[in-house]
Design a protein around this ligand. Sequence first.
Ligand code: NAD
Length: 251
Amino acid sequence: MDFSDTSIVITGSGLGIGRRAALEFASRGGLVTVSDLESERAEAVASEITGAGGRALAVAADVTDYDQVKALIDGTTTEFGRVDVLINNAGTSKMAMFVQTVPADWRFEIDLCLYGVMNGCHAVLPQMMERGSGKILNICSDAGRVGEPGLAAYSAAKAGVVGFTKAIAKEVARNNVLVNCLCFSAIRTEGIQAVFDAMPGMEEKMVKRYPMKRIGEPEEAVNAMMMMVSDYVTFTTGQVLSANGGYAMVG
Ligand SMILES: NC(=O)c1ccc[n+]([C@@H]2O[C@H](COP(=O)([O-])OP(=O)(O)OC[C@H]3O[C@@H](n4cnc5c(N)ncnc54)[C@H](O)[C@@H]3O)[C@@H](O)[C@H]2O)c1
Protein backbone atom coordinates (compact mmCIF):
# COMPACT_ATOMS: atom_id res chain seq x y z
CA MET A 1 0.00 0.00 0.00
CA ASP A 2 1.24 3.40 -0.99
CA PHE A 3 0.57 6.54 1.05
CA SER A 4 2.70 8.96 -0.95
CA ASP A 5 1.75 12.58 -0.22
CA THR A 6 -1.10 11.49 2.04
CA SER A 7 -1.35 13.64 5.15
CA ILE A 8 -2.08 11.36 8.10
CA VAL A 9 -2.63 12.42 11.70
CA ILE A 10 -2.28 9.70 14.33
CA THR A 11 -3.15 10.50 17.93
CA GLY A 12 -1.33 8.68 20.72
CA SER A 13 1.42 7.71 18.30
CA GLY A 14 4.34 8.20 20.67
CA LEU A 15 4.18 4.58 21.79
CA GLY A 16 2.57 1.22 21.09
CA ILE A 17 0.45 0.54 18.03
CA GLY A 18 0.27 4.24 17.12
CA ARG A 19 4.05 4.54 17.03
CA ARG A 20 4.37 1.48 14.81
CA ALA A 21 1.67 2.87 12.55
CA ALA A 22 3.43 6.25 12.25
CA LEU A 23 6.68 4.56 11.21
CA GLU A 24 4.94 2.29 8.70
CA PHE A 25 2.81 5.00 7.06
CA ALA A 26 5.89 7.22 6.77
CA SER A 27 7.94 4.42 5.20
CA ARG A 28 5.25 4.23 2.52
CA GLY A 29 5.46 7.92 1.66
CA GLY A 30 2.93 9.30 4.13
CA LEU A 31 3.22 12.81 5.59
CA VAL A 32 2.71 11.81 9.20
CA THR A 33 1.75 13.97 12.14
CA VAL A 34 2.91 12.15 15.23
CA SER A 35 0.82 13.37 18.12
CA ASP A 36 0.93 12.36 21.75
CA LEU A 37 0.20 13.67 25.22
CA GLU A 38 3.91 13.23 25.93
CA SER A 39 5.80 15.66 23.70
CA GLU A 40 9.15 13.81 24.01
CA ARG A 41 7.54 10.63 22.71
CA ALA A 42 6.04 12.42 19.71
CA GLU A 43 9.33 14.15 18.95
CA ALA A 44 11.31 10.91 19.23
CA VAL A 45 9.05 9.12 16.73
CA ALA A 46 9.04 12.10 14.34
CA SER A 47 12.87 12.21 14.52
CA GLU A 48 13.02 8.49 13.78
CA ILE A 49 10.92 9.12 10.66
CA THR A 50 12.86 12.13 9.41
CA GLY A 51 16.13 10.38 10.22
CA ALA A 52 15.07 7.59 7.86
CA GLY A 53 14.29 10.13 5.12
CA GLY A 54 10.55 10.40 5.71
CA ARG A 55 8.38 13.43 6.47
CA ALA A 56 6.85 13.95 9.89
CA LEU A 57 5.58 16.62 12.22
CA ALA A 58 5.51 16.17 16.00
CA VAL A 59 2.63 17.80 17.87
CA ALA A 60 1.99 17.44 21.59
CA ALA A 61 -1.76 17.31 22.18
CA ASP A 62 -4.04 15.96 24.85
CA VAL A 63 -6.99 14.50 22.96
CA THR A 64 -9.31 15.24 25.87
CA ASP A 65 -8.76 18.98 25.30
CA TYR A 66 -10.71 20.28 22.30
CA ASP A 67 -8.51 23.35 21.79
CA GLN A 68 -5.35 21.24 21.69
CA VAL A 69 -6.92 18.86 19.18
CA LYS A 70 -8.03 21.80 17.02
CA ALA A 71 -4.47 23.15 17.14
CA LEU A 72 -3.20 19.70 16.10
CA ILE A 73 -5.44 19.66 13.02
CA ASP A 74 -4.69 23.31 12.18
CA GLY A 75 -0.94 22.79 12.61
CA THR A 76 -1.00 19.77 10.31
CA THR A 77 -3.03 21.65 7.72
CA THR A 78 -0.49 24.47 7.76
CA GLU A 79 2.44 22.05 7.46
CA PHE A 80 1.09 19.55 4.93
CA GLY A 81 -1.73 21.53 3.27
CA ARG A 82 -4.58 19.34 4.49
CA VAL A 83 -5.50 16.29 6.58
CA ASP A 84 -6.41 13.31 4.38
CA VAL A 85 -6.60 10.73 7.15
CA LEU A 86 -7.21 11.03 10.88
CA ILE A 87 -6.59 7.98 13.03
CA ASN A 88 -8.06 8.47 16.49
CA ASN A 89 -5.79 5.99 18.21
CA ALA A 90 -5.04 7.49 21.65
CA GLY A 91 -6.51 5.35 24.37
CA THR A 92 -5.54 3.29 27.32
CA SER A 93 -7.20 1.11 29.91
CA LYS A 94 -6.73 0.26 33.56
CA MET A 95 -7.91 -3.14 34.77
CA ALA A 96 -10.17 -3.13 37.84
CA MET A 97 -13.52 -4.64 38.67
CA PHE A 98 -16.26 -2.03 38.31
CA VAL A 99 -17.27 -2.11 41.99
CA GLN A 100 -13.70 -1.24 42.93
CA THR A 101 -13.62 1.84 40.69
CA VAL A 102 -14.83 5.37 41.42
CA PRO A 103 -16.57 7.92 39.18
CA ALA A 104 -13.24 9.65 38.44
CA ASP A 105 -12.01 6.37 36.86
CA TRP A 106 -15.06 6.22 34.59
CA ARG A 107 -14.67 9.86 33.60
CA PHE A 108 -11.02 9.25 32.72
CA GLU A 109 -11.93 6.48 30.27
CA ILE A 110 -14.90 8.30 28.73
CA ASP A 111 -12.86 11.49 28.39
CA LEU A 112 -9.94 9.77 26.71
CA CYS A 113 -11.59 7.05 24.65
CA LEU A 114 -14.89 8.72 23.67
CA TYR A 115 -14.48 12.50 23.97
CA GLY A 116 -10.97 12.20 22.52
CA VAL A 117 -12.45 10.65 19.38
CA MET A 118 -15.28 13.20 19.20
CA ASN A 119 -12.79 16.06 19.54
CA GLY A 120 -10.70 14.74 16.66
CA CYS A 121 -13.67 14.18 14.38
CA HIS A 122 -15.18 17.60 15.12
CA ALA A 123 -11.90 19.37 14.44
CA VAL A 124 -11.14 17.64 11.14
CA LEU A 125 -14.55 17.10 9.54
CA PRO A 126 -15.17 20.65 8.22
CA GLN A 127 -12.12 20.58 5.93
CA MET A 128 -12.83 17.02 4.76
CA MET A 129 -16.49 17.81 4.02
CA GLU A 130 -15.60 20.99 2.16
CA ARG A 131 -12.98 19.18 0.09
CA GLY A 132 -15.24 16.19 -0.57
CA SER A 133 -12.68 13.63 0.58
CA GLY A 134 -11.20 12.22 3.75
CA LYS A 135 -11.00 9.17 5.95
CA ILE A 136 -11.34 8.83 9.69
CA LEU A 137 -10.48 5.62 11.49
CA ASN A 138 -11.55 5.36 15.11
CA ILE A 139 -9.58 2.78 17.05
CA CYS A 140 -11.84 0.67 19.24
CA SER A 141 -11.58 -2.58 21.08
CA ASP A 142 -13.43 -5.86 21.13
CA ALA A 143 -14.22 -4.77 24.71
CA GLY A 144 -16.60 -2.24 23.17
CA ARG A 145 -18.31 -4.89 21.07
CA VAL A 146 -18.77 -7.70 23.60
CA GLY A 147 -17.82 -6.18 27.00
CA GLU A 148 -14.74 -7.19 28.95
CA PRO A 149 -14.71 -7.86 32.72
CA GLY A 150 -12.31 -5.53 34.49
CA LEU A 151 -12.72 -2.95 31.74
CA ALA A 152 -16.29 -1.74 32.25
CA ALA A 153 -15.83 2.01 31.67
CA TYR A 154 -13.37 1.35 28.85
CA SER A 155 -15.90 -1.04 27.26
CA ALA A 156 -18.59 1.63 27.59
CA ALA A 157 -16.39 4.31 26.04
CA LYS A 158 -15.37 2.09 23.13
CA ALA A 159 -19.00 1.00 22.56
CA GLY A 160 -19.83 4.70 22.50
CA VAL A 161 -17.28 5.20 19.75
CA VAL A 162 -19.01 2.52 17.66
CA GLY A 163 -22.38 4.31 17.87
CA PHE A 164 -20.79 7.71 17.32
CA THR A 165 -18.88 6.47 14.27
CA LYS A 166 -22.02 5.10 12.64
CA ALA A 167 -23.93 8.32 13.29
CA ILE A 168 -21.33 10.66 11.82
CA ALA A 169 -20.60 8.26 8.97
CA LYS A 170 -24.22 8.75 7.92
CA GLU A 171 -23.96 12.53 8.34
CA VAL A 172 -20.89 12.94 6.13
CA ALA A 173 -21.21 10.10 3.59
CA ARG A 174 -22.64 12.45 0.95
CA ASN A 175 -19.43 14.48 1.25
CA ASN A 176 -17.37 11.40 0.41
CA VAL A 177 -15.88 11.29 3.89
CA LEU A 178 -15.55 7.73 5.19
CA VAL A 179 -15.61 7.01 8.91
CA ASN A 180 -14.96 3.53 10.24
CA CYS A 181 -14.00 1.70 13.43
CA LEU A 182 -11.16 -0.75 13.83
CA CYS A 183 -11.18 -2.90 16.96
CA PHE A 184 -8.34 -4.87 18.43
CA SER A 185 -8.16 -7.63 20.96
CA ALA A 186 -4.86 -8.03 22.84
CA ILE A 187 -1.92 -6.78 20.78
CA ARG A 188 1.66 -7.24 21.98
CA THR A 189 2.55 -3.63 22.80
CA GLU A 190 5.28 -2.64 25.23
CA GLY A 191 2.62 -2.39 27.96
CA ILE A 192 1.18 -5.87 27.43
CA GLN A 193 4.63 -7.43 27.10
CA ALA A 194 5.60 -5.86 30.44
CA VAL A 195 2.55 -7.51 32.05
CA PHE A 196 3.50 -10.88 30.55
CA ASP A 197 7.09 -10.46 31.72
CA ALA A 198 5.93 -9.65 35.26
CA MET A 199 3.36 -12.47 35.41
CA PRO A 200 4.72 -15.78 34.11
CA GLY A 201 1.98 -17.98 32.61
CA MET A 202 -0.33 -15.01 31.97
CA GLU A 203 0.05 -15.07 28.19
CA GLU A 204 -0.63 -18.83 27.98
CA LYS A 205 -3.74 -18.39 30.13
CA MET A 206 -4.96 -15.49 28.02
CA VAL A 207 -4.50 -17.10 24.62
CA LYS A 208 -6.68 -20.07 25.61
CA ARG A 209 -9.63 -17.72 24.98
CA TYR A 210 -8.43 -16.90 21.46
CA PRO A 211 -9.51 -19.10 18.54
CA MET A 212 -6.09 -18.52 16.93
CA LYS A 213 -4.38 -19.40 20.26
CA ARG A 214 -2.17 -16.35 20.21
CA ILE A 215 -2.43 -12.60 20.67
CA GLY A 216 -1.80 -10.13 17.86
CA GLU A 217 1.50 -8.58 16.91
CA PRO A 218 1.73 -4.79 16.42
CA GLU A 219 2.41 -5.14 12.70
CA GLU A 220 -0.84 -7.06 12.31
CA ALA A 221 -2.74 -4.21 13.94
CA VAL A 222 -0.96 -1.71 11.70
CA ASN A 223 -1.68 -3.75 8.57
CA ALA A 224 -5.38 -3.61 9.39
CA MET A 225 -5.12 0.16 9.97
CA MET A 226 -3.44 0.70 6.62
CA MET A 227 -6.01 -1.42 4.85
CA MET A 228 -8.91 0.56 6.33
CA VAL A 229 -7.58 3.96 5.22
CA SER A 230 -6.02 2.84 1.94
CA ASP A 231 -7.14 3.74 -1.57
CA TYR A 232 -8.77 0.31 -1.73
CA VAL A 233 -11.48 1.53 0.63
CA THR A 234 -13.84 3.81 -1.31
CA PHE A 235 -17.33 2.46 -0.55
CA THR A 236 -17.02 1.31 3.07
CA THR A 237 -18.26 3.60 5.81
CA GLY A 238 -19.82 3.30 9.26
CA GLN A 239 -18.37 -0.19 9.59
CA VAL A 240 -16.69 -1.94 12.50
CA LEU A 241 -13.87 -4.37 11.76
CA SER A 242 -11.96 -6.41 14.33
CA ALA A 243 -8.34 -7.52 13.97
CA ASN A 244 -8.52 -9.98 16.80
CA GLY A 245 -7.54 -13.57 16.00
CA GLY A 246 -11.25 -14.43 16.08
CA TYR A 247 -11.71 -13.32 19.71
CA ALA A 248 -15.09 -11.63 19.23
CA MET A 249 -17.17 -12.63 16.24
CA VAL A 250 -19.95 -10.10 15.92
CA GLY A 251 -22.69 -10.39 13.31
N1 NAD B 1 -2.75 -2.93 22.87
C1 NAD B 1 -3.86 -3.63 22.89
O1 NAD B 1 -3.86 -4.83 23.21
C2 NAD B 1 -5.15 -2.99 22.49
C3 NAD B 1 -6.32 -3.79 22.47
C4 NAD B 1 -7.51 -3.23 22.08
C5 NAD B 1 -7.57 -1.90 21.73
N2 NAD B 1 -6.44 -1.14 21.78
C6 NAD B 1 -6.57 0.28 21.42
O2 NAD B 1 -5.54 0.62 20.52
C7 NAD B 1 -5.14 1.98 20.75
C8 NAD B 1 -3.63 2.04 20.99
O3 NAD B 1 -3.34 1.22 22.11
P1 NAD B 1 -1.85 0.93 22.61
O4 NAD B 1 -1.90 -0.31 23.41
O5 NAD B 1 -0.91 1.03 21.46
O6 NAD B 1 -1.63 2.15 23.60
P2 NAD B 1 -0.32 2.54 24.46
O7 NAD B 1 -0.80 2.63 25.88
O8 NAD B 1 0.82 1.62 24.15
O9 NAD B 1 0.02 3.98 23.90
C9 NAD B 1 -0.94 4.97 23.97
C10 NAD B 1 -0.30 6.32 23.67
O10 NAD B 1 -1.35 7.27 23.83
C11 NAD B 1 -0.83 8.36 24.56
N3 NAD B 1 -1.90 9.04 25.29
C12 NAD B 1 -2.46 8.68 26.47
N4 NAD B 1 -3.38 9.59 26.83
C13 NAD B 1 -3.40 10.51 25.85
C14 NAD B 1 -4.13 11.71 25.66
N5 NAD B 1 -5.02 12.14 26.57
N6 NAD B 1 -3.93 12.43 24.54
C15 NAD B 1 -3.01 12.02 23.62
N7 NAD B 1 -2.28 10.91 23.75
C16 NAD B 1 -2.47 10.17 24.86
C17 NAD B 1 0.21 7.78 25.51
O11 NAD B 1 1.14 8.78 25.92
C18 NAD B 1 0.83 6.68 24.64
O12 NAD B 1 1.96 7.17 23.95
C19 NAD B 1 -5.97 2.47 21.94
O13 NAD B 1 -7.10 3.16 21.49
C20 NAD B 1 -6.38 1.18 22.62
O14 NAD B 1 -7.57 1.33 23.38
C21 NAD B 1 -5.24 -1.65 22.15
